[in-house]
Write a protein that binds this ligand. Structure first.
Ligand code: ZN
Ligand code: ZN
Length: 263
């Protein structure tokens, strides 16, 4: 039995190295080959299963900061109090209890988030979600969420856009948190203009009552982690949180890759 296991393991290692040779691992953003010895250790071929960024793209990312505004998730300087709201959310009221983000939606990170919306961007979404998990897992765990759901996309939009980063992020975080991923727990029942094309003052009215909870899930008294890729004014996430609470959820927390600053 042990010989068979060892043979199988050996075959797997050899197979992985052959795949590496035929399909060299690439940076999941710029697609540059990672075969250079400094960037990819050929001996540990298992790395191929994990999306990676090249050195150039990694150095273009902002530094991870662990000081986030507890209300809206915006990253901020180390000496600014986290529990008093920030410049981006002081005048906002949200139906969710708190939010977390990886970085502000600016510069190179903004370009990466836009790439995540493309068909070839799913590996990058997976990579960035892992970074969010690594830097914020203690807060994500502290929320003690019962399930993970994502901000939905209108069905007609799904027909033309095959990639929905919020869904990928939700799936990855649910696995890491070891809680159920409630796929399509929310649905958008009306087509409305895209939030990004509207002035911030018009966004709340635009999304008012456009979401519905799918009642095949039991939301009653549950704490829910709501996922989107970008949170800008927070009106979309807040409306989704309102809908989840109407369906019985006790509390809703939000996690996003990027906190938009509206600039
Ligand atoms: Zn790269
Ligand atoms: Zn804030």
């Amino acid at each position: 039995m042990k010989i068979a296991e060892s043979l199988l393991h050996h075959c797997h290692e050899v197979g992985s190295q052959c795949v590496d040779f035929l399909f060299p691992p690439q940076c999941c953003f710029c697609q540059q080959s990672l075969n250079g010895p400094a960037e990819f250790d050929i001996a540990s071929a298992r790395k191929i299963t994990q999306p990676q960024l090249c050195k150039d793209c990694t150095s273009n990312l902002p530094a991870i900061t662990n000081n986030h505004c507890l209300k809206c998730g915006a990253t901020q300087g180390p000496h600014i109090p986290a529990d008093e709201g920030c410049v981006y959310c002081q005048s906002s009221r949200f139906s969710f209890s708190g939010a977390i983000s990886l970085h502000l939606y600016e510069g190179n990170f903004r370009k990466m988030c836009q790439f995540c919306k493309q068909d070839s961007g799913q590996r990058l979404t997976g990579y960035l979600t892992e970074q969010l998990w690594k830097s914020e897992q203690s807060r994500l765990k502290s929320w003690q969420c019962d399930a993970v759901v994502h901000v939905p996309m209108f069905w007609a939009r799904r027909l033309v856009r095959h990639v929905h980063p919020a869904e990928t992020i939700a799936n990855c975080l649910a696995k890491n948190l070891r809680v159920p991923f409630w796929h399509r727990a929310l649905k958008q029942i009306r087509r409305v203009p895209h939030q990004a094309n509207l002035a911030p003052s018009k966004r709340r009215k635009n999304v008012l009552d456009i979401y519905q909870a799918n009642h095949f899930h039991h939301f009653k008294e549950k704490t829910i982690l709501l996922i989107d890729d970008i949170l800008t004014t927070g009106t979309t996430a807040s409306e989704c949180a309102k809908t989840l609470k109407k369906a019985g959820a006790k509390q809703v927390h939000v996690a996003v890759l990027a906190r938009g600053t509206g600039r």
